[in-house]
Design a protein around this ligand. Sequence first.
Ligand code: ATP
Length: 267
Amino acid sequence: MTERIEVRDAEVVFSRRGVPPTTALSGLSLDVEAGGFVSVVGPSGCGKTTLLRAIGGLQGLTGGEIRVGGDTVAGPRRTTAFMFQQPTLLPWMNIADNCLAPARIHRTLTPEYRSRVTSLLERVGLADFHDKYPNELSGGMQQRAAIVRALGQDPELLLLDEPFGALDAMTREQMNFDLNAIWNRAKVTTLLITHSIPEAVLLGQRVVVMSSRPGRIVDDIEIPFGPMRDAETMGDPRFSQIVAHVRGYFVKSQNVSAERSLAHVRD
Ligand SMILES: Nc1ncnc2c1ncn2[C@@H]1O[C@H](COP(=O)(O)OP(=O)(O)OP(=O)(O)O)[C@@H](O)[C@H]1O
């Protein structure tokens, strides 16, 4: 069972004595249907990671509520898997053991878990590398292993924070197609944070645009393509129109900050 995400008026204020508080999120509401794939884009520092961490139970709210699968999030959940920009594989374990590590930690290793990891390794082209160590793999292969580690847990929620940001453009594109294929099979509720607008449009069923800090949602765009995405999707004229539309928000926000600094100079 994959899980619905409901974010209601989420607020996160970071406070530390002697330092002015930082409001990372304010009045943010978002719904993601069970099995949906939503991409989130926004200017640097607008609170995207804070939102993802709050949904994953790694960051508490100072206001509002987040529910996952109908339950208020009060801490990390075993059914949520994360992927970050760096694959964070353990260097002393081979790839198969890295992928099985969450099960060993949670004492949930079953024959079914092993066979899921084995078939995922095959699906992402790593079957022949199961006994290699992370430093024997390229960056893209390590990130594929990190996908297998995340999906091996059979999660109900997949939270991805700029997972392909460190990869070269060609590897990144291939990883996008791999992720889309995997999501189409698993249909796990997925939230992707990315700095790449084309990646957001290519993968998301919706693209959510956040304002600069404190992060609020300024647009929520339904992407009019079916669930399977490939190179043809990127060639569709609507693809470049949506990318240009989303890009417009950032050009506008850059202009606003430029105007603000000019006003400051004039004052
Ligand atoms: N633990 C923390 N303590 C204090 N401030 C924090 C903390 N974590 C994040 N912030 C601040 O909250 C704001 C939002 O940070 P966040 O990392 O969520 O943004 P982001 O949109 O993911 O940025 P980027 O796109 O650059 O990764 C920033 O101003 C950041 O400095």
